[in-house]
Design a protein around this ligand. Sequence first.
Ligand SMILES: C[S@@+](CC[C@H](N)C(=O)[O-])C[C@H]1O[C@@H](n2cnc3c(N)ncnc32)[C@H](O)[C@@H]1O
Length: 208
Amino acid sequence: MTEFKAARVLPDHLLANARVLPTRNALIPLLPRNITFCEVGVALGEYSELVLDHGGVSKFIAIDLFTLHEYPEMWGGRIGTELAGRTHAAYFRDRFADELAADRLQLLEGNSTDMVSLLEDRSVDVFYVDAHHSYDAVAAELAVIKDKIAPGGWIILNDYIMHDYMTNTPYGVVQATNDFMIDENWEMLHFCLQSGMFCDVAIRKVVD
Ligand SMILES: C[S@@+](CC[C@H](N)C(=O)[O-])C[C@H]1O[C@@H](n2cnc3c(N)ncnc32)[C@H](O)[C@@H]1O
């Protein structure tokens, strides 16, 4: 059994400007405008579509392993049904054909930290982190993201929860996020509730 590691307690000053929202979707209209947005772990693009539909995103970078076609039985068989014989990347390209044609969307296929490393420093306004949810994976992603984020940019982390009770999988998102916030001086801007408490948090670097 995996040993449980409690998250470090966030100090008051990193929570003073935090606002609670009812859902992650409620955060989308509050995003800065004319931004470069990078979603790390897009799956079938459900959240990507909501963000792109919002209209405030000039450039959208979609990072994923793009290997979901290897798991057609996942999500109760929904993956196989939706992909309908296409590869994961082909499905995503079809779904967002207009965005690709308009040169508004870039796909980066591969491991999250490797793909984020390819981005220019200080070039992304908002990262949405929703790939592997282990402590090591999230900590590694945050370690590369911090050089890629533009001044004043946001990092949103999905599944800010200790344990996935649906699949009985321990998560490390809370511990990795809190460590990053404390060690790198990032404050919480938004805490987005979710009906099963698979919450999101949006964080921003404190200006010294
Ligand atoms: C929970 S799903 C993302 C859901 C999506 N953000 C949404 O809200 O609609 C997680 C995705 O992360 C991808 N993923 C998992 N581990 C990864 C890694 N190490 N590097 C890149 N992508 C990864 C999976 O392929 C999957 O598509």
